[in-house]
Ligand binder design. Structure first.
Ligand code: GTP
Length: 340
């Protein structure tokens, strides 16, 4: 009977231009919106009610997910007029929960792909009688993340956001963007103003002697916040490197969605997705890419590690590497800056 909040109100600026027309958690990875993988995994883990904390382009979520009944979970929506930050969003959205003060509430970032055992995280939180439990993961280069060192009993010692000097890199454990809060802790977050959970709520809890637990889980984890990470996440999903109950087809070298037309002489590989009603013409090669719905790729093209936005068109013979093409754009020749 665990209830949960999903933070999906960010502007997703690092994923421009894809996020000019849809919120980041709705960008399709492995054929479905990024967050659909999490929604299905949360339902499987026993989450009964999930509140979506929206702000940027809020209508896109309800249009796709509705009341959640198709996903085996009750979905509710709340919209911030102006974004309240991660902590403010949690405080605001918790109004839609019915959990009692001592009950655990799960909180997820909407752009994370992970194989975390969600039910186990809640169990660990309860067993330790923690105020907050954070999912931590280990990364080779932690500089772009929030560092979270812990003691031998897994209690959090410090929060260090995005370290810049080598001395500040005290651990390879980072905040993985999934938390369990004891409900009463959420109710103590200041209401009605912008609050960051990473910079204000967690450090404040530690300073006040709160019980903040870190659970290191080294199963698959990826923050899909940048184009490179997004392409990796989508291709990993298609190839089955991250298990997901939401993948709309068998895993393999490519996922071809309904009503797509792929010429017999075209080759698809590296976990490529071909969207609905997309067309891939003769002798074209598409490797490790995300081709969204309605895209048309001409004959003899060579596309690798790219994202082609909805209804984009690519002319015959074009070679593209590491490119992100906006919805509806036409690529007639290889622009110099993309032809690396
Ligand atoms: P960038 O602009 O590229 O940094 O992306 P972002 O705006 O999504 O920010 P970030 O990746 O740091 O956000 C982490 C998660 O929190 C994402 O799932 C966001 O949707 C969500 N989020 C960030 N800020 C807010 C906010 O003010 N309100 C709500 N409801 N969610 C937020």
């Amino acid at each position: 009977m665990t209830q949960a909040l999903l933070l999906v109100g960010g502007k997703g600026t690092r994923l421009h231009p894809l996020t000019l027309t849809r919120p980041k958690p709705m960008v399709p990875a492995g054929g479905v919106p990024i967050m659909e993988h999490l929604v299905r995994r949360a339902a499987e883990a026993g989450v009964t009610r999930l509140v979506l904390a929206t702000s940027y382009l809020p209508d896109a979520f309800r249009a796709h997910f509705g009341d959640g009944s198709a996903y085996g979970i009750e979905l509710c929506y709340i919209t911030e007029e102006t974004p309240l930050g991660t902590g403010g969003a949690i405080r605001n959205a918790a109004e839609m929960l019915t959990s009692g003060p001592d009950e655990p509430v799960l909180v997820f970032n909407g752009d994370i792909l992970s194989g975390l055992d969600i039910a186990d995280l809640v169990r660990r939180h309860r067993d330790a009688k923690a105020d907050v439990t954070l999912h931590l993961t280990r990364v080779a280069d932690p500089r772009a993340f929030g560092l979270v060192p812990t003691d031998e009993d897994n209690w959090v010692l410090d929060f260090r956001e995005k370290p810049t000097t080598p001395e500040e890199i005290v651990t390879d454990q980072i905040n993985a963007g999934c938390y369990v809060f004891t409900r009463s802790v959420i109710d103590r977050i200041p209401a009605g103003r912008e609050v960051s959970v990473e910079r204000e709520v967690f450090p404040g809890l530690l300073a006040d002697g709160g019980r903040v637990l870190g659970v290191v889980d080294t199963s698959y984890w990826l923050d899909l916040g940048t184009p490179q990470a997004f392409v990796k996440g989508s291709t990993d999903l298609v190839r089955g490197l991250v298990p997901s109950p939401a993948l709309p087809g068998p895993r393999g070298e490519a996922l071809v969605l309904d009503d797509a037309e792929v010429a017999d002489s075209a080759t698809l590989s590296g976990g490529t997705t071909i969207g609905r009603k997309a067309v891939v013409r003769e002798d074209t090669r598409v490797h490790g890419s995300v081709v969204m719905d309605g895209v048309v790729i001409g004959a003899g093209a060579d596309i690798e590690s790219c994202v082609l936005g909805e209804n984009a068109t690519v002319a015959d013979g074009v070679v593209l590497r590491d490119a992100v093409i906006a919805d509806g754009d036409h690529v007639s020749a290889v622009p110099a800056e993309l032809a690396r």
